[in-house]
Design a protein around this ligand. Structure first.
Ligand SMILES: [Zn+2]
Length: 74
């Protein structure tokens, strides 16, 4: 299981800073289920991107939708 942020994942960034090969995605992350995304997110991304404060209604907002598209590719 991996964070939905993929290459933009903050935990991944931090792991790379510590010398992790980007190909070896960290797999021991604490993941949270994000209902409106219908995806798993690591705690770092969940808190940083404030995914817990967003809802499906935000997702309907064009600005948010654009952001989500850029951020998550969905
Ligand atoms: Zn992440």
């Amino acid at each position: 299981m991996q964070c939905n942020s993929g290459a933009a994942c903050i935990s991944l960034d931090k792991a790379i800073e510590k010398g992790l090969d980007p190909k070896d995605r960290p797999t021991d992350l604490d993941l949270v289920w994000v209902p409106w995304l219908e995806k798993w997110s690591c705690i770092e991304c969940f808190e940083t991107f404030r995914q817990g404060e967003m809802t499906h209604e935000d997702f309907d907002d064009p600005v948010w939708r654009e952001w989500v598209k850029n951020e998550f590719g969905i």
